[in-house]
Design a protein around this ligand. Structure first.
Ligand SMILES: NC(=O)c1ccc[n+]([C@@H]2O[C@H](COP(=O)([O-])OP(=O)(O)OC[C@H]3O[C@@H](n4cnc5c(N)ncnc54)[C@H](OP(=O)(O)O)[C@@H]3O)[C@@H](O)[C@H]2O)c1
Length: 336
């Protein structure tokens, strides 16, 4: 005989019952939630960003495909409404990282998936801490022992990850060559602490060497692929590391043999999902404490293009897929 589970109204959720373009397949519905038990918390959503991975998951083209129907949303910031085991104080602000499920007004989550963040943190900034800033931190810490004065190069430098890389590198005294698609981004990225901003074109290596006084980077961060990645390899120092973490151009990496034979480059990749699965909770918490502190101190800020209530999720996803945005698109429970 199955035991009846007490349920309560959990507000609205965004859901999809088939894979496809988010503007077509996402819907809004009401949900019921089980009462949280020990080891769980009832959390009210404050904000959640629309990341490229969220769109890819709804399209069915991401590295993992959820069972349908599913609620999208990989990260967010919320407020604890109830926590029967007392692991988290009622009213405390938390961030969470999920394989999905964040685009809902309320959710019951395991407390081990929740990280408390300072009350002083802006919930929208906190909502974006889970994926991109942590990715930027791991890209800077996980591959090369970077020292003040070292150079690194990154493409898609205007992406949220790229902007976090610029700010976190600046805090370490590491210089950055930042490759972009539009000249107009130069002043803004220099303002964040970028050392050099260049167009990602055939002249990049010559111009970059001129700008760095002949210094070559020890680390290249690649979120584009194709020719852009090869130019980074050309620019890298001998025995430098080339790390692919995104594929915005959807072009493959076809690496000329000379880069691995004569230059002895290390060519590798990174996926934050695996890092989170395989890392100790203490290490993950330590990383988020550091990043939260940077946000509170004004040393790390992510740009926001605009906020949309959950019921406007289709418009939010359309905007998130457009070129020339001024930052992340944010979902909030209600307007205002
Ligand atoms: N591996 C991981 O663990 C991990 C974690 C987080 C993110 N990512 C990946 O990192 C990348 C950036 O994520 P994000 O959330 O920071 O992105 P975002 O803020 O949405 O920015 C996307 C960036 O990609 C650029 N871009 C788009 N299409 C392009 C193309 N065809 N060629 C060159 N550049 C192009 C855009 O350039 P404009 O500024 O000129 O529009 C923009 O700078 C994505 O590929 C994402 O999937 C990977």
């Amino acid at each position: 005989m199955s035991e009846a589970i007490s349920k309560h109204p959990g507000g609205r959720e965004v859901r999809f019952s088939r894979f496809g373009p988010p503007e077509e397949v996402l819907e809004i519905g009401e949900r019921e939630l089980p009462e949280p038990t020990s080891g769980q918390a009832l959390v009210r959503l404050l904000a959640s960003p629309v990341n490229p991975a969220d769109l890819n998951i709804v399209e069915g083209v991401y590295g993992v495909r959820p069972e349908l129907p599913a609620v999208p949303g990989m990260e967010g910031c919320g407020e604890v409404l109830r926590c029967p085991g007392g692991e988290l104080a009622v009213g405390s602000r938390v961030i969470f990282l999920r394989k999905g499920g964040a685009w809902a007004e309320e959710m019951v989550l395991p407390t081990e998936d929740l990280i408390a963040v300072p009350e002083a943190i802006d919930p929208v900034q906190a909502a974006m801490l889970g994926v991109n800033p942590l990715t930027a931190l791991r890209l800077l810490e996980g591959f090369v022992d970077l020292k003040p004065g070292d150079w690194i190069v990154q493409n898609a430098a205007n992406s949220n990850v790229g902007r976090c890389v610029i700010q976190l590198a600046r805090e370490r005294g590491v210089s950055t060559v930042n490759l972009v698609r539009r000249e107009s981004l130069r002043e803004e990225l220099l303002g964040l602490g970028a050392s050099v901003v260049l167009l990602d074109d055939e002249e990049m290596v010559a111009k970059a060497l001129e700008a760095t006084g002949g210094r070559r980077p020890v680390l290249a961060l690649n979120a584009v692929g194709g020719d852009s990645a090869l130019r980074q390899m050309d620019f890298l120092e001998r025995r430098g590391s080339h790390v692919t973490y995104g594929a915005m151009s959807r072009q493959s990496l076809k690496v000329p043999n000379k880069f691995v034979i004569f230059k002895e480059l290390t060519i590798t990749g990174f996926w934050i999902t695996k890092w989170l699965e395989e890392s100790a909770r203490a290490k993950i918490e330590e990383s988020y404490v550091l990043l939260s502190q940077f946000v509170v101190e004004g040393k790390l800020e992510q740009a926001v293009d605009g906020s949309y209530p959950l019921e406007e999720v289709r418009a939010a996803c359309r905007r998130a897929g457009e070129e020339g945005r001024g930052g992340k698109v944010i979902l909030v429970p209600r307007r205002g």
